[in-house]
Design a protein. Structure first.
Lengths: 355, 260, 83
């Protein structure tokens, strides 16, 4: 298939369609609305389900209901809308039904604005809903990557019976790039739905999907089961990309759009003879702790760049574990750092590293 | 005539759509009656194997332990949204929610309103007992003016807490609703009428006519602090005058079949 | 008059007495001599004069589906017989 010029929001929506997503429930919110609009047209065309809910609260619970049926289902939203979905996400995690959600982050807190931000790292990666659970979180930096990750997210969600969130920011949702779409998968046949799904108790005992374990001992058994599942996820699903780290004395750690900007800055610094490299986490949960730890064994300093006040920073510090100093550069409120700004930070760090 | 052979017939036993699990409901609580009516109706319509129920948060949170069919447990008030999501991908299945007054009329007011407005092909069984049972007797959106609860200890003061919500009256105004009725579980005759209404509601869903809801005036002997028998009288004397029984909306297709 | 009888499932009965309140001939009583597994006095049929008609009103009001009702009927009108 040939590359075509695609807008991020349309690209991930179409990728989901091609992954065999059978139902989409959502609510308009900038800067992800084009995804909802794409689904409004595309899903009925294919005889699949599109429904604009009355709120994100309802949308995520519709997703929850359809997930109980064992079909591929998703929603997408942006920061304030995702806040409203936190209750539903906690219930979905507690019920172990597979769900895919795309969060196109914008400036906050509160109503904030509609400009790109990475201010919701903690909300998604650390879990914004109540209770002990984790969300598999994948952070694309390009349109091709949001396509590929969304397409694969349904498989991952079903493999672990877990939530997968594609965490991107408004610039990835809004920008256009040439990218290639994956092949179309048909929706799952009814007889192929999972053995836990609610299909009507015909010729079998009734099935119940619930997140309540009133006996604390039972709830703990369930919690331990989730912990075991998390260990598998942590062993199997770590993803990252690295650039020019082999001989680096300084490493930048940045994800998504910030990672993409840092890539330009790294090249700029390399042209100046500064030995700098980039580690870009693609999976934010599971986080590439070991890989960053290894980088910390090799470099003199680490710079974390985020479009936030420093949220992934905490995870990088855990990974570095005090081996080398960790510096931070962040822009917030919908402001996107320029490559030159990050380049200046690298220059400063280089002086400190070689002082 | 007199020597005609007589045999002992089974007149009434527990429906197949109920499990043998004893309920956790308090003695005399009409949740059990409502459960049984739903189960009998589903049995009679032969739909047990094609039905999915959605349980609420409240006293009936464990309803799925008592219904012998597939069930999902919703977040508080979100059952209509969850049922919507499920029904849209399973349009040929029978989907119902079972919700109390706090769940449906308070925290889930938006979800029930929009499910009805969309004409969602689901059936809602709405248990209105004018109080929060599970949390121990607090004021509900349907608590009567002057009614004492643990969060309105001097009686619901309409000056500060406003008026009870009449959900049948509200939802019947929406074009998407096809069958909206209120019945009561306070005596055998009314229980029979309630069962007929549940049957009609499931018929509305089966025929794809729109959203259906049966509100059932129910008791809460424990939190009303009275005997089961007195609580049924309390429904008749206090609840029915405020929440009048009747058909608030009946789709013409069902109204016709009812007459014929 | 047709004759009937009821059987109360004591695993399910919670002794709420609603059946007693509606029984037309008044032949259901609380069994004060024993407790159910849940700790309630169960309802029971006390019908020395065979007044129970098998009308099933008790089973209609019973919140726990605890009452099974039998009635003697002509053999040609039978739907299902007692076990």
């Amino acid at each position: 298939m040939a590359k075509e010029l695609l807008k991020g929001n349309v690209a991930f929506a179409e990728a989901a369609v091609r992954a065999g997503c059978e139902a989409y429930y959502g609510y308009p919110i900038t800067p992800q609305t084009e995804a909802l609009e794409h689904m409004a047209k595309r899903m009925p065309e294919l005889g699949r389900v599109f429904l604009q809910a009355e709120s994100e609260v309802a949308a995520i619970n519709m997703v929850y209901g359809a997930a109980c049926a064992g079909v591929r289902v998703m929603s997408s939203s942006s920061s304030p809308g995702v806040s409203l979905m936190m209750e539903g996400l906690s219930y979905i995690a507690g019920s172990e039904v597979p769900v895919v959600l795309v969060d196109i982050m914008r400036g906050g807190p509160g109503l904030g604005n509609i400009a790109p931000s990475q201010g919701d790292y903690n909300q998604i990666v650390k879990g914004g809903g109540h209770g002990d659970y984790r969300i598999i979180t994948l952070a694309p930096a390009t349109i091709q990557e949001i396509i590929d990750l969304t397409y694969e997210a349904f498989d991952i969600a079903e493999k672990y019976r877990a939530i997968v969130v594609i965490l991107a920011d408004g610039s990835i949702g809004q920008m256009m790039e040439p990218a290639e779409l994956p092949p179309m998968q048909e929706v799952r046949k009814r007889e192929d739905r999972a053995e836990w799904s609610l299909t009507g108790a015909k010729g079998r005992d009734p099935r119940v999907i619930t997140s309540i374990y009133i006996d604390p001992a039972e709830e703990e058994v369930f919690n331990l089961h989730l912990v075991e599942k998390q260990k598998k996820i942590e062993a199997n699903e770590v993803r990252f990309s690295s650039l020019l780290l082999e001989d680096a004395e300084i490493a930048i750690v940045a994800y998504g759009t910030a990672g993409r900007i840092a890539q330009s800055s790294v090249k700029q610094a390399r042209d100046e003879g500064i030995k700098v490299g980039l580690l870009r986490p693609i999976s934010l949960y599971p986080f590439p702790y070991d890989e960053i730890g290894k980088v910390a064994d090799q470099v003199k300093r680490i710079l974390v760049v985020e479009m936030s006040g420093g949220q992934m920073l905490d995870d990088v510090r855990l990974a570095v574990n005090g081996k080398v100093p960790v510096d931070f550069y962040g822009r917030m409120g919908g402001m996107v750092p320029l490559p030159d700004e990050v380049f200046e930070q690298i220059q400063e760090l280089n002086q400190k590293a070689n002082a | 005539m007199t020597d005609k052979k007589m045999v002992e017939a089974l007149i009434f036993s527990k429906p197949e759509s109920l499990t043998d699990v004893p309920t956790h409901y308090c003695p005399g609580c009409t949740h059990g009656v409502a459960h049984r009516l739903i189960a009998e109706t589903i049995d009679e319509m032969g739909m047990r194997e094609n039905t999915v129920g959605v349980a609420p948060v409240g006293c009936s949170v464990f309803a799925y332990n008592y219904f012998n069919m597939d069930f999902a447990e919703a977040a508080h008030g979100r059952a209509p949204a969850m049922a919507t999501g499920f029904k849209r991908v399973n349009p040929d299945m029978n989907v119902f929610t079972y919700q109390g007054d706090g769940d449906l009329a308070s925290i889930g007011a938006a979800e029930i309103l929009h499910a009805a407005g969309r004409g969602e092909m689901i059936t809602v069984i709405f248990i209105n007992n004018a109080i929060y049972g599970m949390t121990g007797g607090q004021m509900a959106p349907t608590t009567l003016p002057g009614q004492k609860t643990t969060s309105s200890p001097l009686g619901r003061d309409i000056e500060s807490h406003g008026f009870p919500l009449k959900m049948c009256e509200i939802l019947s105004q929406l074009d998407g609703s096809a069958y909206i009725v209120r019945r009561s579980l306070h005596d055998p005759a009314n229980i029979r009428k309630a069962k007929k209404a549940i049957r009609q509601a499931f018929e509305v869903q089966r025929q794809g006519l729109g959203f259906s809801m049966v509100e059932l005036l129910s008791n809460c002997p424990t939190n009303w602090k009275m005997t089961a028998e007195d609580s049924l009288e309390w429904i008749e004397e206090n609840m029915i005058p405020y929440f009048p029984l009747g058909d608030f909306k009946v789709h013409p297709a069902i109204a016709k079949s009812k007459k014929g | 008059m047709a004759k009937g009888r009821i059987v109360v499932n004591e695993d399910l009965c919670k002794g709420c007495e609603l059946c007693i309140s509606v029984c037309p001939p008044g032949v259901i009583k609380m069994a004060a001599d024993r407790f159910t597994p849940q700790g309630y006095h169960p309802a029971e049929l006390v019908d020395p004069d065979e007044e129970c008609t098998g009308c099933a009103i008790c089973s209609i009001i019973c919140p726990d589906a605890a009452i099974t009702v039998f009635r003697w009927v002509p053999a040609d009108k039978i739907k299902s017989t007692a076990p």
